[in-house]
Structures are given as structure tokens and as C-alpha cells.
Design a protein around this ligand. Structure first.
Ligand code: IPM
Ligand code: MN
Length: 358
């Protein structure tokens, strides 16, 4: 197959980890007879530096015209003082919105070779953990109305709005139910329905939709504060976790840490077409940028998800997953997942070894 991949390396460790993923993709192309082309595009802080805005129109156009997008990470202290609508993160939110990527899937799985990297007691994770966070990505408080004002009584004041429509809730509920059908047929839907009106609509809508269209899927509700507790108390109880934009942002970091390191967690963002955006869930880690110590595995797994979910290359996906497993079980670790007796290697060498194990 011929595929054109847009690459948004971004800031901080972004260029190193996307280079690592490209090295693995090139090996896949060679092995399976595909032709992948890679087009670097600007997003985030590097785009601000080069063209004065975090999401140049050229980037949007070329991402839309690509077969899929691979993204590193954006942001860094250099741009922290900029106003909210000109920050690097605004570029990331902008590209998600511009491409209509409302469905964000974040699988947090405990790799058997990394069982010791989980901060939880062994008995809580020894039978395996795999939490698939299905996060709504283009609505809610991330995109609701916001503002700053000076209130007569209160002084300087700022506000953001959590807003969801039935249509937005239904389309993400469908993604979660479809996934659950292929797995344990259980969805835990997260909300704060004891306080928020938007959560009460979320809860009603998810149930009505699932009962009508996916009668064999069981939906259980969980308040977000309880969900945060349950993830560390008994992570194995979860399979598909359906969340709003902000709750999914928070809970996916927590789920990632439960499985060892945020450096291992990949994500896919899709809308109604096969062209998606694939990225690690971690940030740009400016403190370790350029030192060749970052963990590229999340980005490599994101590239694998691209092969499976955008290009239908299930065998190639499985090959990358096996290569990661093999590299880990051979004892190779980047600094973030290092433990006693293992062999510490850098970002480039990790990618090279994974490619070699394909
Ligand atoms: C993520 C990140 C982003 C988000 C930031 C960088 C805007 O934390 O992908 O989880 O909050 O969605
Ligand atoms: Mn996040």
C-alpha cells in the first residue's frame, strides 16, 4: 500500500520520538512491501517561532490531504507566557477540531515485562490491566465559551463552560459501545451527574443510546471522583472507560501511571473518515529534550495504531506490538521505566532495537 503520512513533530522531545516512530514505520514498509512518504509540518511552539501562530493554515490543509497524521508533542516554558489563544496547546486543540477528530482512544495496558514498573501493589495488577479510555475530544470545557472579566464584587474573574449536545454524546457513546462489543461488552461511563447538568444529559443519553443500539452492552455509571479512586484501588475491574474531554484527559494520565509509565501510552484520534491523528498521551518533556533519553515507545505504538485503525494493517500492528514486547522482555529500558538488573538505553537505540525485532 502507498500511504502519505503528515508528521507534526512539535516541540521538546517531539522530534526525537517521531523520528523513532518513523524509523519503525520505514522498517515495516520494507518488510511488508508498503510505500510510506513522510511530510514534516509545523504545529505548536515551533510553528509560533516560524510563522507566528501555533496552527498555520498550511498545516491544516496538508494534514487533511494526508492519509493520516503522526504527532509528537507540543508546548514548553518558552511559550508559557503567551495568551491562551496563542499557546502551542491551542494548535493541538485546533488540529483536532479542524479534522473533526471527536473520538480519542487511549489504551492503558500493563505490559507483562513491566509489571514491576506499576506503582501499585503487585496483587492488584498481577492478573493484567487493560483500560481503554474512550475520550470525547472536540467538545466540553475544552471548546466551550470562556472569558475573563473584572467582577464588581469579586475582582479579576475567569470562566470556562462545560457544554455537551446529545449528538456529541451519542457519537462517542457509539465508539465506546462498538469497542465493548468486541471485548467484554462492558462500558463504564464517567460523569459528575450529582452536580453537573451536562453530566446528567451525558448519563441519560449514553444509556438511551446504548440500550437502543447495543442491547448486549452493559453500561455502568461512575462518578469521576470515584473513578479516580477505583483506578488505583482495583484497576483490573475496568475495560472500556467512556469519558468527556476533560475527565478523559485526567483519568488517562492516571491509568497510564498505573500501568508503569506515561511514556508507554499511545492514542488514536478519529472522526468520520479513515484519516486520523496518532500521538503519545504524554507531553513535550522540555527538561529532557535533545538528550536522547526519552521513551519513544508510546509514539511507536501510536504509529502502530495508525497502521491498524487508519490503514487496516492488522498484521503490521501486531508485529510492532510483538517487537515492543520482545525488546522489553530482553531487558532493554529507557530511563523512565528503568529498574534494577535491566539495560538502560536511549531513545534512538530503543527504536533501533524495536525495528530490528520486527
Ligand atoms: C493530552 C494533552 C492535551 C490535552 C494538551 C497538551 C492540550 O494533555 O493530549 O492529553 O489536554 O488534551
Ligand atoms: Mn493530557
Amino acid at each position: 500500500m502507498k500511504k502519505h503520512i503528515a508528521v507534526l513533530a512539535g516541540d521538546g522531545i517531539g522530534p526525537e520520538i517521531t523520528d523513532a516512530a518513523i524509523a519503525v514505520l520505514k522498517k515495516i514498509a520494507e518488510k511488508y512491501g508498503h510505500e510510506f512518504t513522510f511530510e514534516p509540518l509545523l504545529l505548536g511552539g515551533c510553528a509560533i517561532d516560524a510563522c507566528g501562530e501555533p496552527l498555520p493554515a498550511h498545516t491544516v490543509e496538508h494534514c487533511r490531504a494526508s492519509d493520516s497524521v503522526l504527532l509528537g508533542a507540543v508546548g514548553g516554558p518558552k511559550w508559557d507566557a503567551l495568551p491562551g489563544d496563542r499557546r502551542p496547546e491551542k494548535g493541538l486543540l485546533g488540529i483536532r477540531k479542524a479534522m473533526g477528530l471527536y473520538s480519542n482512544i487511549r489504551p492503558a495496558k500493563l505490559w507483562s515485562a513491566l509489571a514491576d514498573a506499576s506503582p501499585l501493589k503487585r496483587h492488584l495488577v498481577e492478573n493484567g490491566v487493560e483500560i481503554i479510555v474512550v475520550r470525547e475530544l472536540t467538545g466540553g470545557i475544552y471548546f466551550g465559551e470562556r472569558g475573563v472579566c473584572t467582577d464588581e464584587e469579586l475582582g479579576e474573574t475567569a470562566w470556562d463552560t462545560e457544554k455537551y449536545s446529545v449528538k456529541e454524546i451519542e457519537r462517542i457513546a457509539r465508539i465506546a459501545c462498538e469497542l465493548a462489543e468486541k471485548r467484554t461488552k462492558r462500558v463504564v461511563s464517567v460523569d459528575k451527574a450529582n452536580v453537573l447538568e451536562s453530566s446528567r444529559l451525558w448519563r441519560r443519553t449514553v444509556h438511551a443510546y446504548a440500550e437502543k443500539h447495543y442491547p448486549d452492552v452493559t453500561v455502568t455509571d461512575m462518578l469521576v471522583d470515584n473513578a479516580a479512586m477505583q483506578i488505583v484501588k482495583d484497576p483490573a475491574q475496568f475495560d472500556v472507560l467512556l469519558t468527556s474531554n476533560m475527565f478523559g484527559d485526567i483519568l488517562s494520565d492516571e491509568a497510564a501511571q498505573v500501568t508503569g509509565s506515561i511514556g508507554m501510552l499511545a492514542s488514536s484520534s478519529l472522526g468520520d473518515t479513515a484519516c486520523g491523528l496518532y500521538e503519545p498521551i504524554h507531553g513535550s518533556a522540555p527538561d529532557i529534550a535533545g538528550k536522547d533519553v526519552a521513551n519513544p515507545i508510546a509514539t511507536i505504538l501510536a504509529a502502530a495504531m495508525m497502521l491498524r485503525d487508519s490503514f487496516g494493517m492488522t498484521e503490521e500492528y501486531a508485529a510492532i506490538e510483538r517487537a515492543v514486547e520482545k525488546t522489553l522482555s530482553d531487558g532493554f529500558r529507557t530511563a523512565d521505566i528503568m529498574s534494577e538488573g535491566m539495560k538502560k538505553i536511549g531513545c534512538r537505540e530503543m527504536a533501533r532495537r524495536i525495528a530490528e525485532n520486527l
